[in-house]
Design a protein around this ligand. Sequence first.
Ligand SMILES: O=C(O)c1ccccc1N[C@@H]1O[C@H](COP(=O)(O)O)[C@@H](O)[C@H]1O
Length: 207
Amino acid sequence: MSRTRIKICGLTRAQDVRAAVAHGADAIGFVFYASSPRAVSIAQAAELVALLPPFVASVGLFVNATADEVNCVLERVPLQLLQFHGDEVEADCARFGRPWIKAARMRAGVDLVEFASLHPGASGILVDAFVEGYGGGGKTFDWSLIPRGFGRPLVLSGGLDADNVVDAVRRIRPWAVDVSSGVESDKGIKDTAKIAAFIAGVRDADG
Ligand SMILES: O=C(O)c1ccccc1N[C@@H]1O[C@H](COP(=O)(O)O)[C@@H](O)[C@H]1O
């Protein structure tokens, strides 16, 4: 069984980037959504991305951004993966020539297979709880909405933390997990001990 990849999202400080990398994160997410308390400026993101060593991916999170807004970020920040977390359709996501993932906001009635079929070019489908403000709400959802044998790389997110991630990984066996609130002491401020415990939990579940 392959190792579950780990993305830590919503970083705003150099020490948090260093901590996530030191504890073994595979990817670091930067939020380019002005309404988020974790939003970073282009200049701030460029400085933080420069701290990443080889083989730790930089991910840019966007919510209903215009092409100009995304291109403006891409001109200054070397992002390896784009995460679209709003109401974007396939064409909105595919126009930048970069690998991308698409978030599904999960609640009763969402058909994940149908959702995924509408985003054939996505490298993976991220599942998050349906919350006001599009994401980063620290809220779990009913994991039984994820069909068995989903067939696309699945990124599990939404209210994960060190306490529930072991069970989540054992039950769902996602390609990757993504966490923001569950490793914070305050919005946008990560807690090194929580990052360490979260990553240890994933490794424990991987066995
Ligand atoms: O982090 C945010 O502020 C954010 C804002 C808007 C959309 C998505 C956002 N974050 C993503 O939300 C999920 C779940 O986060 P949490 O662990 O429940 O806080 C995750 O994929 C973040 O990347």
